[in-house]
Ligand binder design. Structure first.
Ligand code: DGY
Length: 330
């Protein structure tokens, strides 16, 4: 039997890479940064399995240039907004992702950012390193309190719920807005306007899709409290960065903390970088060793299952299996 061809678009952590290598001889992109679009098209042409990261745009054009033998697209990410899932489904190709294993790490990151922005940690460190610390002062770098504050969670899936769970330990009141989500961890469901009107902290946990693109726009921001802190660990495209700049520049909210931006990486001339009340880190929500190991393993399991013609353990388009054909992508 001929070996399937596989392209892995970056060196992924060992647990996943070793699992793939137990079965196959993958071609692996050896560099950081990722392949350019041209390199991706070139290297993936003719493969049976693609294991990609969120840095690769996997659209219909790429699927067609890879060819009709493509059996599986597996992404080492929970978000799949970089993949045209509808185009994959139309071609009978199952798409795999890595849910669950990054829930805690991402919720931790949301909380770390919330605390840092509220207590001005990065601003304070810049202040100290610049030699500006003259004395303890009653009014130096005052921030916001957590106990008794209201946290509004937009998107109450796994990660939003894990943020609510953490908020209980900080004695916060928690509101959430999310269609069809069940209440848990004492969080109360509410409409978006009430959430924005009442929340001292707003944390975003929605996937990026045409409905959520620029959901956080000038109107959204204008409804937030003037003392509020906004945290985004979902996708940069959910937020209109120009509107956020105007809002922060005029101190219409207290601060924002962003784990994700649009584009990524954020160009160094982005005006948000001028602002003391905007904390930005380079998409690190899932960046813990254990989490990344687990993500690579889940991505590899999806890839191997797809290549064997088995159902992916974590498939975002299970409707491919409802078709009459026996083996998707064939
Ligand atoms: C994901 O997996 O979608 C995360 O954004 C990675 O941190």
């Amino acid at each position: 039997m001929t070996q399937p061809n596989i392209f892995i678009t970056r060196i992924i952590p060992d647990p996943g890479l070793l699992l793939v290598k137990e079965h196959y001889f993958p071609d692996t992109w050896p560099h950081d940064p990722p392949p350019t679009r041209e390199q991706l098209i070139e290297r993936s042409r003719g493969v049976d399995g693609l294991l990609c990261l969120l840095t690769e745009r996997v659209d219909a054009q790429l699927m067609d240039s890879i060819g009709p033998q493509l059996k599986v697209i597996s992404s080492m990410s929970v978000g799949v907004d970089h993949i045209d899932v509808a185009a994959a489904t139309a071609r009978g190709i199952p798409v795999g992702n890595t849910p669950g294993v990054l829930t805690d790490a991402t919720a931790d990151q949301a909380f770390a950012l919330m605390l840092s922005a509220a207590r001005r940690i990065t601003e304070a460190e810049r202040f100290l390193r610049a030699g500006k610390w003259v004395t303890w002062s009653p009014s130096l770098l005052l921030g916001a309190d957590f106990a008794g504050a209201t946290l509004g969670i937009l998107g109450f899936g796994r990660i939003g719920q894990a943020v609510a769970k953490r908020a209980r330990g900080f004695d916060m009141r928690v509101l959430y807005h999310s269609p069809n989500a069940q209440p848990m961890y004492d969080a109360q469901s509410t409409d978006l306007d009430t959430l924005l009107r009442e929340s001292d902290f707003v944390s975003i946990h929605v996937p990026l899709n045409p409905k959520t693109r620029h959901l956080v726009n000038a109107e959204f921001l204008s409804k937030m409290k003037s003392n509020a802190v906004l945290v985004n660990t979902s996708r940069g495209g959910v937020l209109d960065q120009t509107a956020l700049y105007d809002t922060l520049k005029s101190n219409r909210i207290f601060a924002a903390a962003l784990d994700v931006t649009d584009p990524e990486p954020l160009p160094m001339d982005c005006p948000l970088l001028e602002l003391e009340n905007c904390l930005i880190v380079p998409h690190l929500g899932s960046a813990s060793k254990k989490t990344r190991d687990m993500m690579s393993l889940l991505a590899a399991q999806n890839l191997v299952a797809g290549l064997k013609g088995e159902r992916l353990p974590n498939c975002v388009n299970p409707e491919v299996y409802d078709r009459t054909q026996t083996s998707p992508g064939v």
